[in-house]
Design a protein around this ligand. Structure first.
Ligand code: ZN
Length: 255
């Protein structure tokens, strides 16, 4: 049986039923525990966060065949965030792991397309869809790993002092370009560490990318001189990285 309602239908090859897909990857959510703190969902008032069960975030937006095809992105993301969490919790020194950057970009794109298809996108209090899955260049990036070389891709902040939380917090949402009335990407914050995936032409978006690093080669944590970090490999290394001098949230002990 061929599914209808799969957001990847435009690339062809749908198969099986619609599978229960977690917009932020079940493997990642499982990493973070049974419950997590989320924000930006349509059922939440703007600017508020809520603790929810990870299983409640599922939606049926991909067929089984396409879901299987993208499983490697979920495992890459789970590795990335597991390594970041190990650094935040001081569970290691030096390099605690390596992840392929293009896979993280593809995973964030999958999350954004899933959010859009599930109508989880809220702009100024209104649910809306950007119909992102009709843009063939986005599907080509997602399924074929098409390399972006024009400033689109992953960015991270270069703040020297970031409030890093040891609790499981995750927020995710679209970036809405008010001038062009289009989605220009998405922003994800993992325990206070922000990442942007820029999918639109960045020349229009300098305002939100100022002070952000494009495709950092590493994310390093400095806990009072004790350093640990995650390496991010790119087809074309940038030679730049992010250094985060942690300020611990002492309200929430590591667990
Ligand atoms: Zn499909």
């Amino acid at each position: 049986m061929v599914s209808t309602g799969c957001f990847a239908a435009n690339v062809g090859g749908c198969g099986g039923r619609l599978s229960l897909e977690h917009s932020l990857s079940f493997s990642l959510l499982r990493e973070m525990g049974d419950e997590l703190e989320v924000s930006g969902f349509p059922w939440l008032p703007a600017g508020t966060t809520k603790r929810v069960a990870a299983r409640s975030l599922g939606s049926k937006v991909l067929c089984e065949t396409h879901n299987r095809h993208l499983a490697n992105l979920d495992s890459a993301a789970a590795t990335f965030f597991r390594c970041l969490r190990a650094c935040i919790r001081h569970d290691g020194r030096g390099s605690v792991g390596t992840v392929q950057g293009e896979l993280v970009e593809q995973w964030m794109l999958k999350c954004l397309l899933g959010f859009d298809a599930a109508r989880h996108v809220v702009v100024e209090g209104q649910r809306r869809t950007f119909a992102l899955a009709t843009q063939f260049d986005l599907l080509s990036k997602l399924f074929d790993g098409h390399r972006w070389t024009d400033g689109r891709g992953l960015y991270s902040a270069s703040k020297s002092q970031s409030p890093i939380s040891t609790s499981n917090s995750l927020s995710f949402g679209p970036l809405w370009d008010t001038t062009l009335d289009r989605c220009s990407g998405c922003v994800l914050s993992f325990s206070g560490i922000p990442f942007i995936l820029q999918i639109g032409d960045p020349e229009y978006h300098d305002w939100h990318l100022a002070n952000w690093h494009y495709r950092p080669d590493f994310v390093e944590f400095d806990h009072g001189g004790v350093k640990s970090g995650v390496n991010i490999q790119w087809a074309e290394p940038t030679g730049m990285g992010i250094v985060i001098r942690t300020v611990e949230d002492r309200q929430t002990p590591p667990h």
